[in-house]
Design a protein around this ligand. Sequence first.
Ligand code: ADP
Ligand code: MG
Length: 351
Amino acid sequence: MSAPTAAITIAGVTRRYGARLALDDVSLALPAGRITALLGASGSGKSTLLRLIAGLEPVDAGEIRLGEARVSAPGVTTPPELRRVGMVFQDFALFPHLSAADNVAFGLKDRPKPERRAEAMRLLDLVGLAGRADAFPHMLSGGEQQRVALARALAPRPRALLLDEPFSGLDPGLRAELRETTLTVLREAGATAVFVTHDADEALYVADLLAILKDGRVLQLDTPRAVYDTPACAAAAAALGPINVLRTQVKAGIAQTPFGAIDAAGCADGPADVVVRAEALRSIATPAGTGTAVARVIDRRPQGAVDLVRLESQGVTWRGAVDPASPLAIGAATAVAFGPRGVHCFPVSGG
Ligand code: ADP
Ligand code: MG
């Protein structure tokens, strides 16, 4: 049996702005009815990819298919209005002179008028705003406006919804609340969605599938769990939280570091980057036994469930964590332990 057709297929897509390569041979298959998060730093090409999917700009190479239909290829750009793809941006872009209900109904122009109002009310109810149907945008809070924008984008029943950092203009509390609402609404609507963010926690929270973008390239596409546990490279690991990276030599499956020997089974002999997540490098305040690396604590800061520490050994500084109850003080010497999770080794070719 062949795999079901992806809702959105991006195959070898490249986009240039003058000499700037904004997207470099990007390939992604995005499944129907799922939320795919695109995570990357500012300038990594996230918005460009959304604009190409929406049909707002042409591709320079490669192609984009919506279902079976080829909508973008060099010389071919199906216009946005024929793609049935909805967009939600950071700036809500509601029509200021229309009520919430009329903003939502705007996308329903091809339906009979009484039906339009009923459908707009259903959508406002979905986003928890049935009581604010007749309010104008200036009467609504930022979070409410963004919920209206979401309802409006869903109104024409788009075959995919593209969300470009939809909450980045909102304060943290509201942001968390709206994230929850949006997730519920998208799931209830069974929507195929592409959710762009530069916030790792947000990406991990909303994603069924997570794509990591860097410098216009896709580093990895997998479930959030799989990207976290088995990153494809050091940069993919770094996208999801603080890491330590050390260029080292692997010999017989062991990488030597100033913090001790690290199991690098499966890593070929030769130069490699050892990646250790901050939470995988633990300071153990027992006196160092023979053969145990000793590090000095140079900083310690509370971070909720753990205290983050900076440890120094042989002139190298790494980030680690200790139990908040640990008596370990700045300046103390400590033994260190690793993992077992959160330790990865990547061979460096030609290094
Ligand atoms: P992101 O959304 O991840 O922050 P963008 O897709 O906006 O990244 O931008 C990717 C790269 O392309 C950046 O280097 C940006 O400066 C460049 N870029 C984006 N749009 C344009 C444009 N219209 N003209 C010139 N350069 C652009
Ligand atoms: Mg952007």
